[in-house]
Design a protein around this ligand. Structure first.
Ligand SMILES: O=P(O)(O)OC[C@H]1O[C@](O)(COP(=O)(O)O)[C@@H](O)[C@@H]1O
Ligand SMILES: [Mg+2]
Ligand SMILES: [Mg+2]
Length: 334
């Protein structure tokens, strides 16, 4: 695929490389792309059309929703419902599985999504994004249930995110590497700008919410302490730190120049299992990171090997440059 090729063209090329493909996946991806273009436009116009700020409602995880959380969820859900490629949907912003109307045509895919990630950043005009994971629907099941969604990350058909920053970029993997497409706002088309993204194996940059330091477990404390000692410590190099509080932005930075991102388990959130959600944050990002040559773990285990037990399950997340995540994995085993 050549730089500048449209995302639509790349998807068609991919479909043609699989002569037995029905074209349903291409259509589903087109719907996802359309939804993200609309969300991008809302994010961009937020201030002008009065859709910033809190909606004063709570989602199933007890988080106060922003108006744009709800709008993005409606846009993504409605767009995918209008197509005929999904059998059911699930989202951070919906308590339960979203079923199709009784007479609607069912497709062979399930889609799980975080319609607006990092939405606490919206009112201060900092980067946000949409994260999605595509799974196969069980064959012959009329109305897929929560149980049908609870597949390990290794079964994902595709995963991606769309980042709404200085430019809007769609990053996508179907299990054959990772590609990034930038939205040309003038013509409304995503163009290939980042082919075959690979994460540098080494890094000198970590991202963690340092305000949780006193709650961390020993392996993460040890790792961050050693980074902070820098050249004089066992790591023998000085580290830089970043924290955007928008996972999409952190992962995009890591795909661009390497780094390690941690939202580890800590004593404050131990009872809920972690901060980030497995099905629509950790798993899709883990697939992207692994496909780009990085690693994604909870601490003791690989994220994509987890057998989920509920839709809104939370997990600890450590991902990024391979050699750095390997050190964290070793510290958890020590
Ligand atoms: O505010 P904290 O505790 O640093 O958490 C930030 C994390 O929470 C999230 O914003 C959760 O995403 P949502 O905005 O979709 O709830 C991540 O993107 C980010 O890494
Ligand atoms: Mg999120
Ligand atoms: Mg969200």
């Amino acid at each position: 695929m050549q730089i500048g090729t449209s995302l639509t063209h790349c998807l068609i090329e991919k479909q043609q490389a699989h002569p037995d493909a029905s074209g349903e996946f291409t259509l589903l991806m087109n719907d996802i792309v359309s939804a993200c273009k609309v969300i991008s436009s809302y994010v961009n116009k937020g201030n002008l059309i009065g859709i910033l700020g809190s909606a004063e409602t709570e989602n199933v995880q007890g988080e106060t929703q922003k108006k744009l959380d709800i709008i993005s969820n409606d846009v993504f859900t409605d767009t995918l419902m209008q197509g005929t490629q999904v059998a059911a949907l699930a989202s951070e912003e919906m308590d339960d599985v979203y079923h199709l109307p009784a007479n609607a045509k069912r497709g062979k895919y399930l889609c799980v999504y975080d319609p607006l990630d990092g939405s606490s950043n919206i009112d201060v005009n900092v980067t946000v994004g949409t994260i999605f994971s595509v799974l196969r629907a069980p064959e012959g099941v009329e109305n897929p249930s929560e149980q049908d969604f609870l597949q390990p990350g290794t079964t994902q058909v595709a995963a991606g995110y769309c980042i709404y920053g200085p430019s809007t970029i769609m990053v996508l993997t179907t299990g054959e590497g990772v590609n990034g497409f930038t939205l040309d706002m003038d013509i409304g088309e995503f163009k290939l700008t980042h082919p075959n993204i690979t994460i540098p194996e080494d890094t000198k940059e970590f991202a963690i919410n340092m305000s949780n330091q006193r709650f961390w477990d020993a392996p993460v404390k040890r790792y961050i302490d050693e980074c902070l000692i820098g050249k004089e410590g066992p790591r023998g190099k000085d580290f830089n730190m970043r924290w955007v509080a928008s996972m999409v932005a952190e992962v995009h930075r890591i795909l661009t120049r390497g780094g390690v991102f941690l939202y580890p388990i800590d004593s404050k959130i131990r009872a809920q299992g972690g901060k980030l959600r497995l099905m629509y944050e950790a798993n899709p990002m883990a697939m992207i990171v692994e496909q780009a040559g990085g690693m994604a773990i909870t601490g003791p285990e690989r994220i994509m090997d987890i057998k989920p037990h509920k839709l809104h399950q939370r997990v600890p997340v450590i991902l990024g440059s391979k050699n750095e995540v390997q050190i964290l994995s070793d510290y958890h085993k020590a």
